[in-house]
Write a protein that binds this ligand. Structure first.
Ligand SMILES: Nc1ncnc2c1ncn2[C@@H]1O[C@H](COP(=O)(O)OP(=O)(O)OP(=O)(O)O)[C@@H](O)[C@H]1O
Length: 634
């Protein structure tokens, strides 16, 4: 065997590439390990393929062994893959590896550090951490000799004969002083767990296999149990509880994409900014924030996307406008919609139970993406005041304590004269009075209670041009009122007129419109606040933009229920008051006005419209009024 001893210059165009690598790629040096382990895994699969073709021996099962030597300050990454002959080292290391280094640096200059996880840095990334890199490699092809390639960070390399019993490659890094953290096994272990966990080949650190290997998303959904999915979720996102549901993605045309996405249970805590979906490329971890790949509304999803077809050596902004990436994003959205449709079909109750967590994705998605809106049109649920359907009809769906309906389901139950108006409430407590008026007359009310609904309702109206959404306290229709003929006095005034006058005088506030009606519902309150729909929406929008609570708009309607005994009594008092000179000085008139103001405050209290500093005055007046009325024997 001729003894080889060769010196040479690596053919690169950039003068002295190593300091540039070191300087330019200033952050994320740790990815060198991912690159070297990936090369080992590639070499192992190349050997397997070559062995199948009968070109080389098969050898033992593939394994990557990582060892450290504190004394020598070396970190060794060894594989039993295909190895290289001297010629191959010259070709692949001296030429391929370093020409890709040049390409990378060229790109890097333009794109800055936006290049995702510096993916595809390759072999030369070793020079980010090592002052000297040695390769001892022996090809698996028959009659191959081992060779040693060495390079000290200048463009000069040496190549010589070496000893290696078995085929494979050792990459021996002599670490720089400032990179000695990579001599610590604990640090290496963390890096293996991050980048190499799901690689198909065992990665051993000082003899112990560290990576998980099994990547469930590479299997078909049929091979996995619910537990497999839940285990993966808990492994990737510890201490976050179990996922709500998941979507298994698997396609090889027009691009190759595998993955499992999870809907977390608590979307309230979800990350809508950065995203928590992990991107892999052939089971190698790339990044845990890929907001450029999935549509924004899917960012709170978690899990894994694995695709060799997502370009990784481009900047993030280029990724966002990449056509293939866009179509991958659309594919993911469609699969999410398909999965939701299946859950709703197979187990409507489970779907309804999950709905509150799903609603933010689905509603925002529908508003932001027309295609998604069509896909989820029948999957949007609304909590409803209706009770659950009895067996035969699928809608409303009961979850035990609540019932849910689709918009179509709701419309199908509307009376045909009135099938364009959708009644809704946003707060069971603050709108309890108005809600009760409708429900007691058998009307169904949808509950649109989340912040998103403030924008979702106008969006629904735009999409269904024939529909109008009306909050329960916007206005009342005739079905809720007793329209009896009013008795008119000789002077042409009615009871309602007198009541309205009394209250208007008592409140002396032009912004409050007073309406008098006889309400049908049992237990209807003496008065309630109504907020006409459009005016209230403007107020809500303004509040949302200023990030304050909407509060009670200055302009509102006070609806007085003349059927209520308190209101009836108030009118009697007024009628019985004796005019002593100036009307205001009559104690009875004053009492009637006090009661009118009190009725108004009670209505405001009911909708949370009484300011905290008004509460004590309200309390004092309550006690005074009760006292006065008792003294009068009323
Ligand atoms: N451990 C190894 N065993 C066998 N061949 C190797 C090994 N490491 C590197 N090589 C050879 O050197 C070439 C260059 O490696 P390098 O890591 O720079 O680029 P790459 O793996 O081809 O692509 P990438 O830039 O995506 O990593 C490889 O294509 C391979 O032929």
């Amino acid at each position: 065997m001729p003894v080889m001893d060769e010196q040479g210059q690596i053919q690169i165009h950039t003068e002295n590439i190593f300091p540039i690598i070191k300087k330019a790629v200033y952050s994320g040096h740790e990815v060198f390990l991912r690159e070297l382990v990936s090369n080992g895994v590639d070499a192992i699969s190349k050997r397997r393929m070559a062995a199948m073709a009968g070109d080389c021996s098969e050898g033992e099962d593939g394994v990557i062994r990582i060892t450290v030597d504190r004394e020598a300050k070396t970190l060794t990454i060894a594989d039993n893959g295909i190895g290289m002959t001297a010629d191959e080292v010259k070709r692949y290391i001296n030429q391929v590896a370093f020409s890709s280094a040049e390409d990378f640096l060229e790109k890097y200059k333009q794109e800055g550090d936006a290049i995702i996880g510096h993916f595809g840095l390759g072999f030369y990334s070793s020079f980010m951490v090592a002052e000297q890199v040695e390769l001892v490699t022996r090809s698996a092809r028959p009659d191959s000799e081992a060779v040693r390639w060495s390079c000290d960070g200048s463009p000069n390399f040496s190549l010589s004969s070496a000893e290696r019993d078995q085929p494979g490659t050792d990459v021996i890094l002599t670490l720089m002083e400032e990179e000695l953290e990579y001599i610590e096994p604990a640090r290496i272990r963390t890096l293996i767990n991050t980048y190499c966990d799901f690689m198909a080949v065992p990665v051993q650190l000082e003899g112990e296999t560290v990576n998980k290997m099994n990547a469930p998303w590479r299997k078909s959904a049929r091979e996995l149990t619910d537990k497999d999915y839940i285990d993966l979720y808990n492994y990737l996102y510890p201490f976050q509880g179990d996922p709500l549901l998941w979507v298994h993605l698997n396609t090889d045309y027009p691009y190759n994409l595998q993955g499992i996405l999870f809907f977390p249970k608590q979307t309230g805590r979800a990350d809508w900014e950065k995203g928590e979906i992990k991107l892999y490329c052939n089971q190698v971890f790339v990044s845990d924030s890929i907001k450029e790949v999935v549509p924004r509304y899917l960012l709170p999803l978690r899990g894994v996307l694995d695709s060799p077809d997502i370009p990784l050596n481009v900047s993030r902004s280029a990724l966002q406008t990449d056509r293939r990436v866009r179509s991958i994003g659309n594919f993911v959205a469609k699969k999410v919609a398909d999965r939701l449709r299946n859950v709703k079909k197979d187990d409507p109750t489970a779907y309804a139970e999950a709905w509150e967590s799903l609603a933010p994705f689905v509603k925002i998605g529908a508003m932001e993406d027309d295609k998604f809106a069509d896909q989820v049109a029948e999957l949007i649920l609304f909590a409803t005041s209706a009770s659950a359907a009895d067996g035969d009809t699928p809608d409303p769906i009961s979850t035990g304590d609540r019932a849910f309906t689709t918009l179509e389901g709701y419309r199908s139950r509307l009376d045909s004269n009135n099938d364009k108006r959708i009644l809704y409430s946003t707060d069971d407590v603050a709108q309890a009075g108005a809600l009760n008026l409708w429900t007691s007359q058998g009307m169904e009310v949808l509950k649109l209670e989340t912040v998103i609904d403030t924008q979702f309702i106008p969006w629904l109206e735009q999409r269904h041009e024939d529909l109008t959404f009306q909050r329960v306290d916007a206005e009342l229709d005739d079905s809720l009122k007793d329209i009896d003929a009013e008795i008119t006095d000789q002077d042409g005034t009615t009871e309602s007129d007198r009541l309205r006058d009394l209250i208007k005088t008592a409140l002396s506030n032009d912004k409050v419109t007073v309406q008098v009606q006889a309400l049908k519902a049992e237990g209807a309150p003496p008065a309630m606040i109504l907020l006409p729909e459009q005016m209230r929406r403007l107020n809500d929008m303004g509040a949302l933009m200023e990030q304050r609570l909407p509060g009670l708009p200055d302009h509102h309607v006070l609806l007085v229920n003349k059927r209520h005994p308190l209101v009836e009594g108030m009118l009697k008092l007024k009628a019985g008051s004796v005019l002593i000179g100036d009307a205001q000085s009559s104690p009875t008139e004053a009492l009637a006005q006090d009661i009118a103001r009190h009725v108004y405050d009670m209505a405001r209290l009911g909708v949370g419209g009484l300011e905290p500093n008004e509460l004590s005055g309200f309390q004092t007046r309550s006690a005074e009024l009760m006292g006065t009325l008792m003294q009068r024997g009323m």
